[in-house]
Design a protein around this ligand. Structure first.
Ligand code: DX5
Ligand code: ZN
Length: 218
């Protein structure tokens, strides 16, 4: 499978959301990455259900929802109904992670778990076979436009080993501070999906920037 680019809509122009969604539809991007923040799990509030509903209406690619919220369990069915294809919850927000993963799958979505920069890969050993995606946070969640944390490379290699050793078919996604400078090294370390927010939407030509990223990661 080729490596994937998931532009993060958090960095789009919300006053021109349909235009930016069409840009992603017509680009070489693979997924839409949608960041939902509750102001409790992370110190920021992004957007909620009505906005996701509007995005889903126009998005023609896989919708990858990244929940940065406490108690995600209570909204699993809601996100399925809103059109999420992949639902990623934070390890740090889920005391009964195994149950949460099963509930996401039972609602017909792919299940992902995100790890904060301080959370070691080893905490996923006993659920790795159940997961479709692990999102390694390469910044502290809550804001776009932060700088990439270099320790991420070590975590990507550790996760790649765990996935290969357990013969899991889970994808490794990297989220935060991804640019043309680190994209290739992340793929070399074992990543499959790169989320890019400000690097894409802050570019003079976002469509070309997506194309360049795709060419870089093959
Ligand atoms: C951060 C979000 C990211 C963010 C990435 O909490 O999870 O998806 O939009 O933005 P950039 O690519 O600008 O770091
Ligand atoms: Zn995200």
């Amino acid at each position: 499978m080729s490596n994937l680019i998931a532009p993060s809509i958090l960095a789009a122009d919300f006053a021109n959301l349909q235009r930016d969604i069409e840009m992603v539809n017509n680009s070489e991007a693979d997924w839409f990455h949608i960041d939902i923040m509750d102001g409790v799990f992370v110190p920021n509030i992004s957007f909620g259900m009505p906005v996701l509903k509007a995005i889903s209406k126009h998005a023609k690619k896989t919708i990858d929802v990244h929940l940065m919220i406490v108690n995600p369990d209570q909204y699993i069915q809601t996100f399925a109904d809103l059109g999420a294809n992949i639902l990623t919850v934070h390890y740090e927000a889920c005391p009964h992670l195994h149950r949460t993963i099963q509930a996401i799958k039972a609602a017909g979505m792919k299940a992902g778990v995100a790890l904060n920069p301080h959370t070691p890969i080893a905490v996923l050993e006993d659920v790795i076979k159940d997961l479709d995606l692990v999102c390694i946070m390469s910044v502290n969640p809550g804001f776009g436009g932060q700088s990439f944390i270099e320790n991420t490379y070590k975590k990507v290699s550790q996760l790649r080993h765990l996935i290969d050793f357990t013969e899991s078919d889970c994808l490794i996604e990297i989220d935060g501070g991804v640019t043309g400078k680190n994209a290739n090294a992340l793929i070399e370390a074992g990543a499959n999906v790169l989320v890019a927010g400000s690097y894409v939407f802050g570019a003079e030509n976002p469509t070309e920037t997506i194309e360049d990223l795709k060419n870089l990661i093959g």
